[in-house]
Design a protein around this ligand. Structure first.
Ligand code: HEM
Length: 487
């Protein structure tokens, strides 16, 4: 009877604690304690979440473990939430694992005044380097990385290779140049260690461990498991950045900032004494992480998809190469000015991003106040999933949503057309801070690779366009051949 009493007590406590808020969006049937954990397939969570909208509507609710969340689907409703009511949906939720990893500092996981100040400063500093110091201009940095990539691809000599680490290296070196003021050699032990850390630190996202941690944080903090490894990874990464900040302090010339860290150290000095200033060294380290982590995996993963799509559709690859030959030729590197003259290549890059859908459920948002959306009431502080998958494949927006079709971005005369529903970088107040840099990197790398190499699968192998689910959707590891176009 004690056991029965205990079970009844737990179920009643669960019912009282997790009562559905008033006028809340509907959702699938729940189990006690775990909520809707079985309503979504964890291996393809974004697909399950998109499918549920057909039964419960574009705005519905889920309870994953002990956490309620509202899921928003389809272009029209996402636009209303992220743009029309942007201020009300601009917060990040206090998910325990993210809070323990990043302490709500920096840009990506912070809120309120702290987030506003850090975001504004980081955006304007990236812009400063974009148009100021020639040696740190992103397109110049990309050109330099293209040079190192050519040596790497040349050495592969058309033999099968796995492009994963190579692409992560060239992309994270761009952030190294902007943030630390120097690039690393690819075989530098420190560089290898830090890029591995950044990659591994994300692996837990979207897994059952994240759900357990976010549902039972007090218990999970005491238990061993991969969540402890992830927490340690971020601690080590922050220590590494702290040593870099110390190095910068030794030879800082305030009148001539060399990179992002120098600019930030200057900002700390300039805002000293201002009561509402949030500029300090802990936030500096967090911001540096916010440039490395979202800035590396995303762009490198998109390029990994790009190789696969080109191998899958050789006739599209040939058309891209024909446009490159016509507009750029072989004797010079591509530059951003070429893009306006290359509508087909631009359309192919956009279509790769749409199909690759690399941040399928967006970063989680939260409401900063009580809001009304499509007749429902969403309480303040509610976790909100803005489902980007449902927009990038919205059948009301795309002619052939599930087929690779560069025509989505071309008009009848073959000119490039922007599409409002193209939102892989999200939209509104939290829109990706690195969007311009990422677009530049993707254009310059993609065109340079296609200029000199044809990408094809090794003999007898078919391209597999499948993913492994996480916060970011990478393709399954593969080998590919980069065949030189001219001897
Ligand atoms: C946020 C996508 C590259 C830095 C985001 C978000 C998405 C995204 C979907 C979440 C937006 C939201 O919460 O509504 C991408 C894609 C990329 C890319 C698809 C490349 C193909 C980059 C790069 C950087 C970067 C290169 C850094 C230089 C950030 C930061 C945030 C962010 C700091 C957080 C913004 C905030 O919370 O205010 N990105 N990103 N991203 N991204 Fe990117």
């Amino acid at each position: 009877s004690l056991l029965v009493f205990f079970v009844v007590f737990i179920l009643t406590a669960d019912y009282v604690k997790n009562k559905r808020p008033v006028n809340f969006p509907p959702g699938p049937r729940m189990f006690p304690i775990v909520g809707n954990i079985f309503s979504v397939d964890r291996k393809k969570m974004h697909e399950s979440i998109t499918e549920l909208a057909q039964t419960y509507g574009d705005v519905y609710s889920l309870r994953i473990g002990q956490r309620w969340m509202v899921v928003i689907n389809g272009f029209e409703v996402l636009k209303e939430a992220l743009i029309t009511q942007g201020d009300s949906f601009a917060d990040r939720p206090d998910l325990p694992l993210q809070v323990d990893m990043f302490q709500q500092l920096g840009v990506a996981f912070s809120n309120g005044n702290l987030w506003k100040q850090q975001r504004r400063f980081t955006l304007s500093t990236l812009k400063y380097f974009g148009f100021g110091k020639r040696s740190l201009e992103p397109s110049y940095i990309c050109a330099e990385q293209v040079h190192f990539s050519s040596i790497y691809l040349f050495n592969c000599a058309g033999k099968p290779f796995n492009p994963h680490i190579f692409l992560n290296n060239i992309v994270s070196n761009i952030i190294c140049l902007l943030v630390f003021g120097h690039r690393f050699e690819y075989d530098d032990e420190k560089f290898k260690k830090i890029t591995k850390l950044f990659e591994k630190g994300l692996q837990l996202e979207g897994s059952i461990w994240t759900q357990l941690y976010d549902s039972f944080p007090k218990l999970m903090r005491c238990l061993p498991g991969p969540h402890q490894t992830a927490l340690n990874i971020w601690k080590n990464s922050k220590n590494f950045i702290h040593t870099k900040v110390e190095d910068h302090k030794q030879n800082l010339d305030p009148s001539d900032p060399r990179d992002y860290i120098d600019c930030y150290l200057n900002e700390i000095q300039m805002t000293k004494g201002q009561a509402d200033s949030t500029f300090d060294e802990d936030n500096l380290v967090a911001c540096v992480l916010d440039l490395f982590v979202p800035g590396t995996e995303t762009t490198a993963t998109t390029l990994r998809w790009a190789f696969l799509y080109m191998a899958k559709y050789p006739e599209i690859q040939e058309k891209v190469q024909a446009e490159i030959d016509l507009v750029i030729g072989l004797s010079r590197q591509p530059s951003m000015e070429d893009r306006v003259n290359m509508p087909y290549t631009d359309a192919v890059i956009h279509e790769i991003m749409r199909m690759a859908n690399i941040v399928p459920l967006n970063l989680p948002h939260a409401t900063s106040r009580e809001v009304q959306l499509r007749g429902y009431t969403i309480p303040k502080g509610m976790t909100v999933i803005t489902n980007l998958t449902s927009v990038l494949f919205d059948k009301n927006e795309w002619e052939t949503p599930h087929t690779f079709n560069p025509g989505h971005f071309l008009n009848e005369e073959g000119k490039f057309v922007k599409r409002a529903a193209f939102i892989p970088f999200s939209a509104g107040k939290r829109v990706c801070l690195g969007e311009n840099l990422a677009r530049m990197e993707l254009f310059l790398f993609f065109t340079s690779f296609m200029q000199h190499y044809t990408f094809a699968m090794p003999a007898g192998v078919k391209p597999v366009l499948d993913y492994s689910f996480g916060l970011i959707l990478p393709p399954l590891d593969y080998e590919i051949c980069a065949i030189p176009r001219q001897k």
